[in-house]
Design a protein around this ligand. Structure first.
Ligand SMILES: *Cc1c(COP(=O)(O)O)cnc(C)c1O
Length: 431
């Protein structure tokens, strides 16, 4: 949780009290630490500095303009998966020469937009897509740089909904199809095939899947080179893990130590696409307890003003997020077991739920927490990645406010939506 720590009985982000920010902007609110973001970025950069490495921040993990701008100013590139994300990356000050464009379903409109902006590379996921890119590049009299996204059929041992590198997944191109493309690469006259890309899923808690994939890719690179196609870049994607429980997990150096020797053997430049690693523990979601409710069956519900529309990971992936009061006499446990919550004096077992009309709108089941009352603030930790970006206005709930803290200062980087925002663009039918 790096930048978020309790000093005395109250939670801080860097040098700012969370309750001061909330007093100003209300709840629910995402709060990010600028210095945590930059520290994680530079930790990765340092770990991989032995080879020529471009870090392309995965915009889908957190696409706020201010956050993308902070990273752009540090020299980060961007990994985008849609025209909209490309628009954001460019508006944040991202240099197109460091933007890679991934995704299985790039439309002609998106491809053209990316070509016109001279993005660095397309991560191509099918033969049809390659044909479209070549034709559209020809129309604009350009040459597109392309990496083939390989589906190496490797189990990254992560959640079924976040695994992307197995043969049954929609992502990437299998090795034998990739080989056919390589053999006929001259046919794609406006494309220069210069990279290979793999992204196995997320979060991945060991280095083994990466090593396994890279070894397969290494063999393939040699085959490419023997047919006269030089592979200059290898892109290992993202998926680097963070701790959601307080437990120690591997960090960038551990990934680098095992991956770098293979990259060196490949004699390739390296591209990384981290999202969660940089943002996950650099942000929290703060919510307010609206009601307590107890049933005759002995269940205790804490009903708060954030919901699945604000943070969908628990509902979508059964994800575990640590939750603790912003102000408390009881210390946050150093490590939590997602399967079994430990009750201590002054604590109780509760379900933490939101107001949305869905039974899946639950942040935590049977969690041991200090006794809470109406009006208490709760911090939901590890919410910096895939939090706000996956939020919606379901149940016509205006989306949360986002705040960035830098030392003793903080700024609103996205205003809370209003009711007016909710109906913007809607019109009564004229027919
Ligand atoms: C989502 C995604 C990433 C980022 O994954 P993280 O787990 O956030 O690091 C990187 N590359 C691609 C192609 C992705 O789809």
């Amino acid at each position: 949780m790096d930048a978020f720590e309790y000093r005395g009985k109250t939670l801080f982000c860097e040098d700012v009290k969370i309750e001061d920010i909330i007093g100003d902007v209300g709840t629910p609110t995402y709060i990010y630490s600028k210095n945590a973001i930059l520290a994680r970025y530079s930790e990765l950069k340092t770990a991989f500095s032995d080879v020529d490495t471009l870090i392309c921040f995965s915009v889908k993990s957190n696409s706020n303009l201010s956050i993308c701008r902070c990273l752009a100013q540090e020299g980060s590139g961007f990994d985008v998966v849609s025209g909209g994300e490309l628009f954001r990356a460019i508006n944040a000050g991202g240099s197109p020469s460091k933007i890679v464009f991934a995704g299985v379903g790039k439309t002609d409109k998106e491809i053209k937009y990316a070509l016109e902006n001279n993005v660095f590379m397309f991560n191509v996921e099918s033969i049809s897509e390659l044909e479209h890119i070549s034709r559209l590049a020809g129309g604009l009299d350009k040459r597109a740089h392309v990496a083939l996204r390989i589906n190496p059929d490797i189990d990254a041992k992560t959640h079924i909904k976040t695994t992307t590198g197995k043969k049954e997944n929609k992502f990437g191109i299998d090795f034998s199809t990739a080989e056919k493309i390589i053999r006929k690469s001259s046919k794609y006259s406006n494309v220069s095939l210069s990279g290979l890309h793999v992204h196995l899923g997320s979060p991945i808690y060991t280095v083994d899947p990466y090593v396994h994939a890279l070894k397969k890719v290494l063999v393939f690179i040699e085959r490419c080179r023997s047919t006269g196609v030089d592979i200059e870049y290898v892109n290992v994607g993202g998926g680097y893990c963070i701790s959601y429980t307080g437990e120690k997990v591997i960090r960038s150096e551990a990934y680098a130590i095992k991956m770098l020797p293979i990259i060196k053997e490949m004699q390739c430049k390296l591209i990384l696409e981290p999202g969660r690693y940089i943002m996950g523990n650099s942000g929290i979601l703060v919510t307010n307890v609206i009601y307590r409710k107890e049933t005759v069956h002995g269940k205790k519900f804490i009903i708060c003003d954030a919901a699945m529309n604000d943070l969908i990971r628990p509902a979508l992936y059964d994800a575990f997020h640590r939750i603790w009061p912003v102000n408390t006499n009881i210390k946050l446990p150093a490590v939590e077991n997602p399967k079994r919550s430990v009750i201590k004096k002054g604590m109780e077992l509760v379900d933490i739920v939101g107001p949305v009309c869905e039974s899946s709108d639950v942040f935590a089941f049977g969690r041991a927490l200090p006794k809470l009352k109406e009006g208490d603030l709760l911090a939901i930790f590890s919410a910096g990645a895939y939090g706000f970006t996956m939020s919606s206005s379901y149940n016509s709930r205006p989306r949360a406010c986002e705040v960035l803290v830098d030392g003793k200062k903080y700024c609103i980087i996205r205003k809370r939506e209003t009711y007016e925002d909710l109906i913007r663009g809607e019109e009564f039918t004229k027919c």
